[in-house]
Design a protein around this ligand. Structure first.
Ligand SMILES: Nc1ncnc2c1ncn2[C@@H]1O[C@H](COP(=O)(O)OP(=O)(O)OP(=O)(O)O)[C@@H](O)[C@H]1O
Ligand SMILES: [Mg+2]
Length: 462
């Protein structure tokens, strides 16, 4: 392998690793991001605002506030240093009345002289106090003597004590003389205005997002086969467009379904008429084995016709309404027992579920009739939680091999042909059942039952 090839391989594997890392990071980021549109939109507004304000606050504090405070403190410390010089140079001022007066009148400082040893131990430094820091630095720089300061004790005064050779000089300075104090106001304004902005944004956003949620709700209930009461397009132009398209789509689908139903009604009527005529003609013929056979064929044909029509008709038209699932399952059980099978029913959760009652019952009845046809014992279990209604039908029959579990949902497909030819159905039961489950926004799956046969699971959203 040439050096070039090796290099390319290394590069390729490195880039693969990079993109894998990228993917992982992207997934993490997606997991961390809030899922709702509302929260996301708010984040999109808040994050830049917080970043902008932090940068502004940082620069302002760093540059402006620090500098101004440093200069003001330096001036106060200079004044104190000058006073100390005066004190040392003119010792004849015995009561120090002069120096006190000058300090008070000219510099705005209240000066006292305390006995030596009146230096408290250094107190805890207030965390985050800019004034304390800058004053300490300035005193250390300009007056090389032991000192003690208290910037927090009194609200608008700063106390400074400096140890001289024969006394301790105590100075009270105005806090405002040493400190650029309006920065808090600046911060207050910043936080205040951004809170107002945020509240306005939240109110506006909520109004913008509500139509989207309404549209999502409408589409969802249409998907579950429920009515969408008084849904109207609202909100921004794009949302209205989506809502209008949804309404048109819904109307188109409903129209198509209506046409299908009308056509089926026509077909079934025509065919039934002919079948009835057949029957009448047969009744007029003399009895015999051929006539008996034909009569049976016609009965079978009629049953098949009914089944096809039921399948093709689907569950169109029936409105969804709150239904007591627990008693519906109970009816299925008593039906099965009437036909000589052992059946049990259990139900967990709130029994009132919104479904199309007749259609949903037909769906379950198809599953139970399958179980009854292939097994002896039947177990029906209902479970309802905050999202789904799950109904499980178990039997102890032969079951369906794994490979055929999707196949059997196809219309007209029957596995019974080889098993027992006489009492086969039309092969539509599972297809109809799945159709109904899907029209409720759910589905049917097949699995192995703990009872040894087939387990059919219907799951629809509530
Ligand atoms: N519980 C079951 N155990 C074993 N096989 C089953 C079971 N349920 C269905 N099957 C198989 O799946 C095939 C399709 O079932 P489906 O209900 O669609 O039609 P069908 O029962 O034959 O006719 P129909 O339900 O229209 O009277 C059946 O022919 C049967 O072989
Ligand atoms: Mg069946």
């Amino acid at each position: 392998m040439s050096t070039f090839d090796t290099g390319m391989t290394v590069l390729r594997s490195a880039s693969e690793r990079m993109s894998a890392a990228n993917r992982v990071m992207g997934r993490r980021f997606n997991e961390l991001m809030p899922k709702g549109l509302y929260a996301r939109a708010l984040l999109i507004m808040i994050v830049p605002m917080v970043i902008l304000q932090s940068v502004i606050a940082f620069v302002f504090m760093e540059r402006h506030w620090n500098t101004v405070t440093r200069r003001l403190s330096a001036v106060v410390v200079q004044d104190i240093a000058a006073l100390i010089d005066v004190y040392k140079t003119y010792p004849q001022d015995k009561d120090r009345t002069q120096i006190k007066a000058i300090a008070q009148q000219r510099l705005g400082l209240v000066v006292d002289f305390l006995p030596l040893g009146d230096m408290p131990p250094p107190g805890p430094k207030p965390f985050f106090s800019l004034l304390d820091q800058t004053l300490s630095v300035q005193i250390g720089r300009q007056i090389p003597r032991p000192f003690w300061i208290d910037t927090v004790g009194r609200s608008n005064l700063v106390e400074i004590r400096i140890q001289l050779d024969d006394t301790v000089m105590r100075v009270f300075a105005q806090r405002s003389a040493a400190y650029a104090s309006n920065s808090e106001i600046f911060l207050f304004w910043m936080v205040g205005t951004s809170s107002i902005l945020l509240i306005v944004a939240i109110l506006f956003l909520r109004n913008q997002i509500r139509p989207i949620l309404k549209l999502a709700d409408a589409a969802e209930s249409f998907g579950k086969g429920r009515e969408v009461p008084n849904f109207r397009p609202r909100g921004a132009r794009e949302v209205r467009r989506a809502a209008n398209s949804f309404i048109e789509m819904k109307a188109r689908i409903e129209r198509a379904m209506e046409q299908r139903t009308a056509m089926l009604a026509g077909v079934s009527h025509d065919l039934r008429t002919i079948l009835t005529r057949f029957k009448l003609e047969l009744a007029l013929l003399e009895d015999g084995p051929e006539v008996e056979g034909m009569r049976k064929d016609i009965d079978e044909m009629q049953a098949m016709l009914e089944a096809y029509l039921a399948f093709a008709r689907g569950d169109s038209g029936e409105p969804a309404q709150p239904t007591d699932m627990s008693s519906a399952l109970e009816e299925l059980r008593s039906d099965a027992e009437r036909h000589g099978h052992k059946a049990t029913v259990t139900f967990h959760g709130l029994p009132i579920v919104t479904v199309k009652p007749a259609a949903f019952k037909r769906c379950l009845a198809n599953l139970v009739s399958n179980a009854a046809r292939h097994g002896n014992d039947i177990a029906i279990t209902g479970h309802r939680d905050h999202r789904y209604l799950t109904v499980t039908v178990d039997d102890d029959g032969p079951g369906i091999p794994m490979a055929m579990r999707e196949e059997v949902f196809k219309p007209f497909l029957r596995l019974d042909d080889a098993r027992n030819q006489d009492e086969g159905g039309t092969g539509l039961g599972l297809a109809i059942a799945r159709d109904i489950a899907r029209s409720h926004g759910g589905d049917i799956t097949l699995a192995d039952s703990p009872m040894g046969g087939l387990r059919a699971v219907v799951r629809v959203p509530v």
